[in-house]
Design a binder for this molecule. Structure first.
Ligand SMILES: [Zn+2]
Length: 203
């Protein structure tokens, strides 16, 4: 777009462009946020900018479950009260937040950081599948709960994992039965998720 035609300062225009790249933020929302930040105090803006940088600089992935954490291993993996015989496999770290919010699951987790998607060029080696198979080699896991999204990619990933894991003699369950097709876990409500965990079925 011709810069001369944009009736705002260059810095504001750049901020709108960056905000517009965020998920769920359309051009109108990006504009509203940019002008809100322009009006807010320098202190408030600085806190926001620092928080944004800090998530990149101070967080890492847990070397066991690949959740986002300040410390490695993460608090969930270090917690002695968690049931080490169960591993719940999810696509993204925020899915752990959703499941933990229900308070019903007491086992461990494994974050794949994606789902198999041939159309987007995401193969089995591009997500943390090898790492979960290594964890299962230890022999202390009795049940793996496949909690990938109920989208096409999530279902494909669950099927692939089942093919790998069930020959090991480990119980494989899927919690999606109560969830409508197309559900992304992070957006599911507590009641639905609780029912889905309690009503999980053999794959
Ligand atoms: Zn962990």
């Amino acid at each position: 777009m011709n810069q001369d035609l944009i009736p705002t300062a260059d810095a504001v225009h750049k901020l709108i462009q960056e905000l517009n790249k965020l998920p769920g933020i359309g051009p109108k929302s990006a504009q509203r946020l940019a002008y809100y930040l322009l009006r807010s105090s320098e202190e408030q803006t600085r806190l926001l900018a620092e928080a944004m940088l800090s998530v990149k600089q101070t967080t890492r992935l847990c070397s066991i479950c690949f959740n986002v954490t300040d410390f490695d291993p993460c608090p969930l993996c270090r917690n002695d009260r968690r049931d080490r015989s169960q591993i719940c496999i999810v696509e993204q770290p925020q899915d752990i937040l959703a499941l933990e919010h229900t308070g019903i699951y007491k086992g461990l987790y494994h974050v794949l950081h994606g789902a198999i998607s041939p159309t987007e060029g995401v193969g089995t080696d591009d997500i943390r599948i090898r790492e979960v198979m290594l964890r299962l080699e230890g022999g202390s896991v009795d049940e793996v709960i496949l909690a990938t999204n109920t989208t096409l990619e999530g279902e494909q990933t669950a099927m692939y994992l089942n093919q790998l894991i069930s020959p090991l003699g480990i119980r494989v369950t899927r919690l999606a039965r109560g969830l409508p097709f197309g559900t992304e876990l992070e957006y599911a409500d507590d009641v639905t998720l609780t029912r889905a965990i309690e009503g999980r079925q053999e794959f």
